[in-house]
Design a binder for this molecule. Structure first.
Ligand SMILES: C[S@@+](CC[C@H](N)C(=O)[O-])C[C@H]1O[C@@H](n2cnc3c(N)ncnc32)[C@H](O)[C@@H]1O
Length: 439
């Protein structure tokens, strides 16, 4: 494989790979590192490669012609790719690294100053790659990261292939912890299992540790992992242990389905009817996410009686023996007459009450889903979160204005946004609790 780097500072790259395992490999016949300097493709006496930006603004930009000529000067192997290292590129992941390792040649273009002329990117670059969501002064370090990570995947570069396969991210999880001599360090011994010589047990221990670490440090990675039944069981155990230590996840959240006051389609303030499906489905969602309570808010006495009849069937009548799971779900449901009553019940828990509203069409929003998820997680024992869902044509302006936080609407794939409230509740809860733990 051949790496060509278009850079104003070839010595930086040569310096990076003067030593180490990848450096040695780059001296072999299988791997080549070649640098080309755009300054060698200038015609003026100062060998100018940068200029001011059209439209003004601080900082210089790399000119397109020297970069283009530098790329054109390179011999091309079939399937070679031109990559511009840029904070605006797709993030470099282990998956991407493995894809790049299949290529015969990578031409890596390093920007400097404020970056490069867009027309060079449009005409010469196959893809842009970022090494992370931060900005560094030039593409050389980023190119070094690409070369090192890609070269490690090429057979023969790293002594034992197995050590690459067991690295973090290769199988989607972080690596397990490792130990070497001495057997005791500052009073801490190496875990017994590692010294047992029992390979199967060591393998199991490492698998378990890798999963546990990923869950602790990078739970977002678990979303992309195809986990087996045993792994899922282990994650549930970890979650339970954590719930015991930090309080049950979700228990600082209640939701209220507001039947009054809400708007009708003429924006008159009205009271909507309770529906059987909302009672069932929202109760099940509340139970699934281990929330504290599901409040159904309606001032209408006959509606209270109707709900009592339905719930009686499932909590004490025939339904409770036919389907005990449904009883469990309905046990979280509380019917109240006013929103004020909900506030009082939530406040009685002694934690600070935070009211969040949802709408298909809010005038403005004040928090994102990940931000609210983090807040709920961090304040597991400090705040009680009440999330309000409207019925009819939505919560009144007054209720919206009194809230502490406003969530964005759930956007679909087009203009139609008329989800049922029970679907919205399920989607929002999934967004707020989607990882096993927030990263
Ligand atoms: C100071 S940066 C320019 C940043 C550019 N103005 C922007 O905001 O997108 C100069 C050069 O460093 C490189 N660079 C900076 N951050 C990077 C990152 N996160 N990943 C890859 N390359 C990066 C790019 O080659 C870039 O052209």
């Amino acid at each position: 494989m051949r790496f060509d780097v278009v850079t104003l500072f070839p010595d930086m790259l040569q310096g990076l790979f003067a030593e180490g395992v990848v450096g040695r490999a780059l001296q072999s016949d299988d791997l080549t590192l070649n640098c080309v300097n755009p300054r060698d493709f200038t015609s003026d006496v100062h060998r100018t490669v940068d200029d001011t930006r059209y439209g003004g603004g601080a900082g210089m930009l790399m000119k397109a012609p020297p970069l283009a000529q530098a790329v054109q000067s390179l011999p091309r192997r079939p399937g070679s790719r031109v990559i511009y290292l840029s904070p605006q590129g797709k993030p470099l992941t282990q998956h991407k690294v493995r894809q790049l390792a299949q290529q015969e040649q990578l031409i890596l273009v390093c920007g400097r100053y404020e970056g490069v002329d867009q027309r060079f990117i449009d005409h010469y670059v196959d893809e842009e790659i970022s090494i992370g969501d931060y900005v560094i002064s030039g593409g050389e370090l980023a190119a070094g990261v690409v070369i090192d990570s890609v070269a490690r995947c090429i057979p023969g570069v790293v002594g034992q292939v197995q050590s690459v396969v067991e690295d973090s991210f290769f199988e989607g999880l972080l690596d397990a912890p490792h130990y070497t001599r001495p057997a005791q360090f500052e009073g801490e011994a190496v875990p017994d299992v590692l010294a047992s010589g029992h390979h199967e047990k060591i393998e199991d221990w490492r698998e378990q540790q890798a999963l546990e670490r990923t869950w602790q440090q990078r739970p977002d990675l678990l979303e992309e992992c195809r986990l087996g039944t045993g792994q899922r069981r282990l994650l549930r155990d970890l979650l339970e242990q954590e719930n015991l230590q930090r309080g049950q996840r979700g228990s600082n959240v209640s939701i209220a389905l507001v039947h009054h006051p809400v708007y009708n389609k003429h924006r008159d303030t009205i009271t909507t009817s309770v529906t059987n499906m909302d009672l069932h489905d929202i109760s099940r969602t509340v139970r699934t996410f281990e929330l504290d309570r599901y409040y159904v808010v309606t001032p209408v006495k006959s509606q209270h009686e109707l709900i009592a009849r339905i719930t009686h069937h499932w909590t004490s009548g025939y339904g409770s023996t036919y389907n005990p799971n449904r009883k469990e779900a309905f046990d979280q449901m509380v019917v109240v007459s006013t929103l004020e009553e909900v506030r009082q019940r939530c406040s009685a828990k002694g934690e600070r009450l935070v009211v969040t509203v949802t709408s298909a069409n809010p005038a403005s929003t004040s928090i994102t889903y990940p931000q609210l998820a983090r807040r709920i997680e961090e304040q597991r024992q400090g705040e009680h979160h009440l999330i309000l869902f409207g019925t009819g044509w939505g919560l009144t302006d007054e209720i919206m204005a009194q809230a502490d936080l406003v969530l964005p609407p759930i956007d679909g794939n087009g203009r139609y946004n008329h989800l049922s409230v029970r679907s919205a509740v399920a989607i929002i809860m999934d967004r707020l609790f989607r990882y096993y733990r927030q990263p």
